[in-house]
Design a protein around this ligand. Structure first.
Ligand SMILES: N[C@@H](CCC(=O)N[C@@H](CS)C(=O)NCC(=O)O)C(=O)O
Length: 214
């Protein structure tokens, strides 16, 4: 049984597991309560960030690497186009851009907006992170003008990666998406596996409801 530790970007992993129909359990990790007393989790990830997984003897961190591991080990799956598939380069690019370009940058904007002392909210690094996010978002917009999903006509794990980043940006980063990205998120989050993942991820569900004012 695969155990996913923590939500946050762990939502990507849970969504992927739902898409693949693999059995798993979600083990909540409460970052706000502090992980220093969560010895079971710290034994999995001594660095204390989420998500992490345990799969038999395997433990891993980094949501994109975890998704690649699960697809490689339990695939093949249409969520990961083969290297000779024409969709592969865009798939590979957006799979990583979703974290390295989008989520990683907006995460620090979110921190500055919501957690920093008032005087530090508009600091230089937060502005730089926002610019990085905005420029990468432009690549998403350009791609969505060409195809309904980021790797082409078919939904892939790249869409899981980027959808999570766009949701983080809109729910907590003050980002307002354009029409094509909004329609895209409606398309990807309309999937049955996304809805099942939302049922499992209580903290994510509560966060989404709060962000949409419900
Ligand atoms: N690149 C990592 C980012 C992990 C990350 O920053 N997770 C956040 C929550 S989603 C976290 O645990 N933050 C607390 C910390 O880094 O100590 C991934 O994709 O898994």
């Amino acid at each position: 049984m695969i155990t996913v530790f923590g939500e946050g970007r762990g939502f990507r992993v849970v969504w992927l597991l739902e898409e693949m129909g693999l059995p798993y359990r979600l083990r909540p990790v409460d970052l706000l309560a502090g992980v220093e007393n969560d010895t079971e989790f710290l034994a999995i990830n001594p660095a204390g960030f989420i998500p992490a997984i345990r799969d038999g003897d395997v433990t891993m961190v980094e949501s994109i690497a975890i998704m690649e591991y699960l697809m490689a080990r339990y695939g093949p799956t249409p969520l990961a186009p083969e290297p000779h598939d024409p969709a592969f380069p865009a798939y590979q690019q957006f799979l990583h851009l979703g974290e390295a370009g989008l989520a990683a940058s907006i995460y620090f904007v979110v921190g500055a907006r919501n957690s920093a002392p008032e005087a530090e909210r508009r600091n230089w690094s937060a502005g730089q992170a926002q610019e990085v996010f905005d420029s990468r978002l432009g690549l998403v917009t350009r791609q969505l003008a060409r195809s309904p999903f980021l790797a082409g006509e078919t939904f892939t794990a790249a869409d899981i990666s980027v959808t999570y980043a766009l949701e983080l940006a809109t729910r907590a980063g003050g980002v307002v998406l354009g029409e094509s990205e909004r329609d895209y998120v409606v398309r990807t989050s309309g999937r049955k596996a996304y809805k099942r993942a939302m049922e499992t991820c209580h903290a994510t569900r509560a966060w989404a409801a709060k962000a949409s004012g419900q």
